[in-house]
Design a binder for this molecule. Structure first.
Ligand SMILES: Nc1ncnc2c1ncn2[C@@H]1O[C@H](COP(=O)(O)OP(=O)(O)OP(=O)(O)O)[C@@H](O)[C@H]1O
Length: 806
């Protein structure tokens, strides 16, 4: 540490001591030689900063070189890196290896650690207990650090820094170190400032230039420290965001299908995408920003008040802090609810963003309907909502900013001037009436004045820094308030994710508890069995909701195909939703094959972002299929089976990346879904109107293909014509009742024969009438003679202008 107070002490000593002082100079000039005093503290500080910078620089350069080398080796090892761009593999230890595109035909490798499912299961109780406690406790509103906010932050903190020995801890500790360093440097700068002014008044050029050199040297570590704080701030935010987002992804995209279930219950959470992308980022930014924005003034307050207490006395420090606390209390009372305001703004921004996204996703349909005017009105409405809220925020902030500036900038600094001036005014050593007489006395008075000036400058600077630190702490109230809003939203997101994961999740039932009492038996090998099952839409009414289909009771044995018939909206897809586990089974028993053995083809085919190959193998990755032993020849064979082999010629190869949902026609989309079934080769496939866009001959062909491949299917449709491919029919009626027909039974086969005979008779009638119709047309065309000859019948004379009269 540069001991400037010691320098001041030397200054009062004789010439001999001045020689000692000179030794602490950075540069000495002796015997026509310039010497650097390496033991001088500023020099040590300067050199250590240089060494540290070089050290950090070398570390990052070596790390960079190693990363580049690893990437080079990796890209060389992977013969065709472009192929695995979208691929990810689960490693032996359970972590996931993914390849991120980097430049042309290059990838970099990222390892995502295995999700700690036990930890997540244990965390659930933290969120559950928090809600229970909140219900019990009356909420403390309006406080900066309300217990609710702190408890929420403490729970989320476990995700941000899961253990002591982790990257984020080291970033946080480094941040603390640099914050301390910055305060210490500020203290040095304040002392040096006083010293320079004193030398200026004393017209001591030598000392003035020496202190200026000190000043310039201190500037190196000072700027380094400032940059390091900013750097660590961003890194910390990134570290927090990575941990939090991985935690959320693990919970959101797993077998429980939280992404779907959460979307069903919009009472608790809306626009969840906004929560995951925007709120998490803002929460991490604000939190890491608060460490520096609050940490620095907090440390300043402690350091400077300790130093000032020595100069000004305890009374002054108590006075200063009394003022701070008083005005802080006043400001806090006047602070608007910034947390709530920012959380509402985020919500409205999300709504506006979603409307834009909706327009982009459905632009073709909207274009066909010529719906631009109504879409524009909708967009304008959500934008206007957002704007009026932002306007309200600005209006609320305006008077608060005036008060804040007046109190924090001007009142506090005025207070600072008063206390900094106190020692000068209360100087008892040289009272004003004791006029110096001798020359020595006059010299001593001058020296004392300079000393007073130096002390005033130091005190003033520290007082202003103290006021600045206090005001920055107060300004941070706004940030804390905003953080409260973001914390609440992130906490709400995590709570809902944990809720969805509960086996007793009630889908937002107003009952407050789960009334889902159905049983699902997996690994059932004899087809599928429904026992007293009611199909109920999950809602706040729970099991009390009117069932779409009531009391389903039937069994379809293995290798038998079922056709579920019914009008639009009767609940066909809902049955599939229950089988897939998307909807709860409120009552009854469902026995079905294992989830891995069932494949669903929804009404609307989903096309993933990626290449042509990815569309066939979805939901697998290229690495997965390589491990399964499949290759592109196999995929080509599948395309041929669904009569889509021309796609390969048309698109070039399997690696072509396009927006496939726009490229494929309706029929191609459906044939591509059947290609997925052939690739997956499940025991059972559920086809939801999956062939209604293909021609009848292709439909025949596709159903026969599935039969040939011995893939059992359940078809959901409103077209009875499809019954020819099925063994059973479940007919859903309008009044939520149903009928089950076994088409293979003796009785049904007979009635089908009868129906066929009836249809054939009707067709014969139709032929007859067709012939008659064409006869009449010919007759009207004036060809009656031909008809008469052909049919040997007598026809009346055709109508002409002569014989036709009114
Ligand atoms: N998430 C939901 N929230 C509320 N109601 C829903 C939800 N999903 C479906 N429904 C309603 O449930 C009823 C049955 O829907 P479902 O999709 O099962 O019909 P469907 O028989 O498959 O009709 P279609 O033949 O038109 O496809 C419909 O009235 C629908 O509006």
């Amino acid at each position: 540490m540069i001991n400037i107070s010691r320098l001041a002490h030397y200054q009062r000593q004789d010439l001999k001591n001045l020689m000692l002082l000179l030794q602490e100079f950075v540069i000495t000039y002796k015997d026509n030689k310039v010497k650097i005093n390496y033991q001088s503290r500023p020099v040590i500080l300067f050199l250590s900063t240089l060494v540290a910078t070089a050290g950090f620089g070398a570390y990052f350069t070596v790390r960079n070189i190693l990363t580049k080398y690893n990437e080079y080796v990796l890209n060389k090892r992977l013969a065709r890196p472009a192929l695995i761009r979208q691929s990810s593999t689960i490693l032996k230890n359970g972590s996931r290896e993914i390849f991120i595109p980097k430049g042309k035909n290059k990838v970099s490798r990222i390892i995502i650690p295995k999700p700690n499912l036990d930890q997540y299961a244990a965390d659930k109780y933290l969120y559950k207990n928090f809600i229970i406690n909140q219900e019990i406790q009356s909420q403390q509103r309006g406080t900066i650090f309300s217990s609710k906010f702190l408890s929420q932050l403490a729970i989320i903190w476990r995700i941000l820094i899961p253990k002591f020995y982790c990257k984020n801890t080291s970033l946080l500790l480094s941040q603390c170190f640099f914050l301390l360093m910055r305060t210490w440097l500020s203290l040095l700068v304040a002392k040096l400032d006083g010293q320079i002014v004193k030398n200026l008044i004393a017209a001591n050029g030598r000392k003035f230039s020496r202190d200026l050199i000190y000043w310039l040297l201190i500037a190196f570590p000072a700027s380094y420290t400032n940059a390091a704080i900013k750097y660590l701030d961003s890194r910390l935010s990134l570290g927090f965001r990575t941990n939090l987002t991985r935690y959320i992804h693990d919970m959101y995209l797993d077998k429980v299908m939280a992404y779907y279930k959460i979307s069903l219950n919009t009472n608790d959470i809306q626009n969840i995408d906004q929560y995951i992308t925007n709120d998490v980022a803002k929460f991490c930014d604000t939190l890491s920003g608060l460490f520096s924005s609050m940490g620095k003034p907090f440390i300043d307050l402690i350091f400077f008040s300790v130093y000032l207490r020595d100069n000004l006395g305890t009374g002054a420090i108590i006075g200063i802090f009394a003022n701070y606390f008083l005005t802080a209390a006043l400001l806090r009372r006047a602070t608007p609810a910034f947390g709530k305001l920012s959380s509402r703004r985020t919500h409205l921004e999300g709504a506006y963003f979603n409307d834009q996204l909706n327009l982009m996703t459905n632009c073709e349909e909207i274009g066909f309907y010529k719906g631009s005017i109504i879409e524009k009105a909708k967009l304008q409405e959500s934008f206007q909502n957002l704007m009026s809220h932002v306007n309200k925020e600005i209006n609320i902030s305006f008077p608060y900013s005036i008060l804040e500036d007046y109190v924090l900038k001007y009142t506090w600094s005025a207070w600072g001037y008063i206390f900094a001036g106190l020692p000068v005014f209360l100087d008892e050593i040289w009272p004003a009436q004791d006029k110096p007489d001798t020359k020595a006395d006059k010299k001593a008075v001058a020296a004392n004045e300079r000393q007073n000036m130096r002390q005033f400058i130091i005190n003033k600077r520290l007082m202003l820094s103290l006021a600045d630190a206090g005001s920055r702490l107060m300004y941070s109230i706004k940030d804390v308030n905003q953080l409260t809003g973001y914390t609440d939203r992130v906490f709400n997101l995590l709570t809902n994710l944990h809720k969805v994961h509960s086996p007793r999740y009630n889908f937002g039932s107003a009952l407050g508890f789960s009334d889902i009492h159905g049983t699902i038996q997996n690994n059932y090998n004899d087809g599928i069995r429904f026992e007293k099952i009611s199909v109920i839409i999950p809602s706040s009414l729970g099991s009390e909701n009117e069932p779409l289909v009531e009391n389903l009771n039937f069994q379809v044995s293995h290798n038998k195909n079922l056709l579920i018939l019914g009008s639009n909206g009767c609940g066909k897809t809902s049955i599939a939703r229950i089988i897939a586990g998307l909807w709860p089974l409120y009552r009854g028993l469902l026995s079905k094959p294992n989830d891995d053995d069932i494949f669903y083809l929804p009404q609307k085919t989903y096309f993933t972002t990626g290449n042509l190959r990815d569309q066939i193998i979805y939901p697998y990755t290229y690495n997965d299929i390589l491990e399964m032993g499949y290759n592109d020849d196999f995929l080509y064979h599948i395309l041929r089976e669904v009569k889509l082999e021309y796609l390969l010629k048309r698109e070039g190869n399997f690696n072509v990346v396009k927006d496939w949902k726009d490229v494929f026609s309706g029929g191609e989309k459906q044939r591509m879904s059947i290609a997925r079934v052939l690739f997956k080769n499940p025991k059972l496939v559920i086809l939801d109107e999956s062939t209604n866009a293909v021609s009848t001959d292709v439909e025949d062909y596709l159903f026969e293909l599935l039969q040939k491949k011995k893939i059992t299917f359940i078809t959901l449709s409103h077209r009875p014509l499809l019954m020819k491919y099925h063994d059973f029919i479940l007919e859903i009626e309008e009044d939520s009742s149903w009928k089950f027909h076994d088409l293979t039974s003796e009785e049904n086969l007979k009635s089908i024969d009868n129906e066929i005979n009836e249809i054939e008779d009707k067709l014969a009638q139709v032929d007859k009438w067709e012939k008659r119709k064409s006869d009449i047309e010919k007759y009207l065309d004036g060809k009656y003679e031909d008809i008469a000859i052909e049919s040997s019948i007598e026809l009346p004379a055709p109508l002409t202008s002569q014989n036709c009269s009114r």
